[in-house]
Ligand binder design. Sequence first.
Ligand code: ADP
Ligand code: MG
Length: 326
Amino acid sequence: PQLADRIAAGEVVERPASVLKELIENSLDAGARHIDVLIEGAGIELLEVQDDGIGIEAEDLPLALSRHATSKLYDDGELEQIHSFGFRGEALPAIASVARLEITSRAVGANAARHLRLAAGILEEDTPAARAPGTTVRVEDLFYNVPARRKFLKAPGTELGRIQKLWRQLALSAFPVDLRLQQGKRLLAQYPAALSEADQDARVAAILGEEFLRNALRFAQENNGWRLWGWLGLPSFNRPRADEQYFFVNGRAVQDAGLRHALRSAYADVLYQDRQPVAICYLELPSELVDVNVHPAKTEVRFREARQIHDFVRHTLAEIIADQAR
Ligand code: ADP
Ligand code: MG
């Protein structure tokens, strides 16, 4: 295992939820329509992601596990306009370097799958396998060879909570994908592909509760190629909690203090109340206004024209709330 992989692992692979995020984003990048996740315990024992995406050509499979081998970026200019989730080619090698990893993949159009098994980044098995087109990645014993990191993990309940939070974010950002999450023999969540607005509402209800959907306003506004849509909890429903706000920028879940501020201010502007609204907001902007290349885990963004974007969100939401209050 390369030292660089272990260092990268420190940035990308903090905990089971961050491993799962990378694996699921790879499946989404591969155009999967079905993603099945299996975990054991809180994901430290096992995380397995199966998809029906385009798969990986047999001769490319070892490459997918070597550092900076990404199939998703071709020249520097393209860093400006990243549409796929992955682009650094460091997640898989980083994960492989701190766990036991198995990958089985069959490319669309290939007649067989290839299977690799690694321990702490070292190849231990390389065999043909049978599988429908798509990819399965299995990560066992996370951090078994890095006891310091393993100790740093929180109690299983906390790690599981983070997986569930990540899962809700992914489910809200990938409506067209059929998603299943299983813990051992227990089905934790299953969301069928949601293509129509009614299906999307049903998924939102499954994730945030029927009560939220009954007390939420679905909205969509567009101005000059900037688009904002989603669901806003009505004031009667809102509670003083900040962890029920979901923001997506160009399809990615993000944590952004500016967006949280814009949302909260919009309510305060209209209703003179200072509460944390429950909301799901999708912001779609021209990609040159959004820099996602801030942190390897990609939950932070940097906006060009941050002030204007903040004000666009604040004023758009305030108008919607004012309309509703009338
Ligand atoms: P990145 O996503 O940044 O390219 P990763 O280390 O996450 O880097 O993955 C390396 C490469 O492996 C990807 O570029 C892709 O070609 C391939 N790959 C990984 N997971 C999958 C998957 N589920 N389906 C198809 N290809 C995959
Ligand atoms: Mg990736």
